[in-house]
Design a protein around this ligand. Structure first.
Ligand code: DGL
Length: 275
């Protein structure tokens, strides 16, 4: 290793979610920016977010992000959680100096992509109910019929999958059926996976949904945005090896069982805070 490689610090990206969902976004970021170190932070102590009240969630995200940024100063913060982003972005942006990229439902690309004008929205119950989400629909999908379904069960199943546990594929089938029972669902041609946990179950979901239905999420667009914001940063030396870290807000056995899955995302170290 040369001295320049040792002393070089590539911009660090803090990717935050309630649980493992943000890994679906981290994966896209790593594909575009393989040399930037990631701190992947999971607020497992307060998981799941999708069933929490708005005031308590704003307060919690504020607390955890502040603590994370103190311990792991970052050049860019990605709120890789639709449930948190659709609620807390204005508040976080008003308080923090670090550039923040939020993940919100991909309603706009879905509406542009749809030929039938019927699109689906699969998210947490909180994201489905958020005024922010309704505003997105009004602004970008006013001419579309939007079929929405909120599910916390799918969030739990994604966590189980990444812990290497057997998952209830029948439950995924039931959720897909519920979505397809809605009025005009047979015409739906684009389904927005508006919870970052759901792309981790894309293959399983696809098995129970019509083959012509396109499943889309915001991951790739977020990675492009992060790349754009870091475009002026110095290029790391070619042999630069970024070290990634996963941080949890509580030490639990369940979090330890994520080690193999984290390794598959190039994250070999786990740290635990107590927030
Ligand atoms: N991954 C999160 C999202 O994108 C939320 C999951 C949860 O904690 O309910 O909405």
């Amino acid at each position: 290793m040369t001295n320049s490689t040792q002393s070089f610090q590539a911009p660090r990206i803090l990717v935050f979610d309630s649980g493992v969902g943000g890994l679906s976004v981290a994966r896209e970021i790593q594909q575009r920016l393989p040399l930037n170190p990631l701190v992947y932070a999971s607020d497992n102590a307060f998981f799941p977010y999708g069933t929490k009240g708005e005031a308590e969630l704003i307060e919690r995200v504020d607390l955890v992000i502040n603590e994370l940024l103190l311990r792991y100063p970052a050049d860019i913060l990605v709120i890789a959680c639709n449930t948190a982003s659709t609620l807390t972005l204005p508040h976080l942006r008003s308080k923090l100096n670090v550039p923040i990229v939020g993940v919100v439902p991909a309603i706009k690309p879905a509406a542009l992509m749809s030929k039938t004008g019927v699109i689906g929205l699969l998210a947490t119950p909180a994201t489905v109910a958020r005024p922010y989400t309704h505003e997105l629909i009004r602004e970008y999908a006013a001419n579309c019929q939007v079929i929405s379904l909120g599910s916390s069960e799918l969030v739990q199943i994604a966590e189980q999958k990444l812990r290497g546990e057997a998952i209830d594929v029948n439950a995924i089938g039931r959720i897909a059926q519920e979505l397809m029972r809605a009025d005009q669902a047979e015409q739906m041609d684009v389904l927005v996976l508006a919870c970052t946990h759901f792309p981790l179950l894309k293959d399983e979901l696809a098995q129970y949904l019509p083959t012509q239905l396109k499943l889309i999420d915001s991951g790739a667009a977020i990675a492009r945005r992060v790349e754009f914001l870091l475009a002026d940063a110095a290029e790391p030396p070619a042999d630069y090896l970024p070290e990634h870290l996963a941080v949890f807000t509580k030490a639990t056995e369940a979090a330890e069982r994520l080690a193999p899955a984290l390794t598959s995302f190039g994250i070999h170290q786990q740290a635990y805070l107590d927030i």
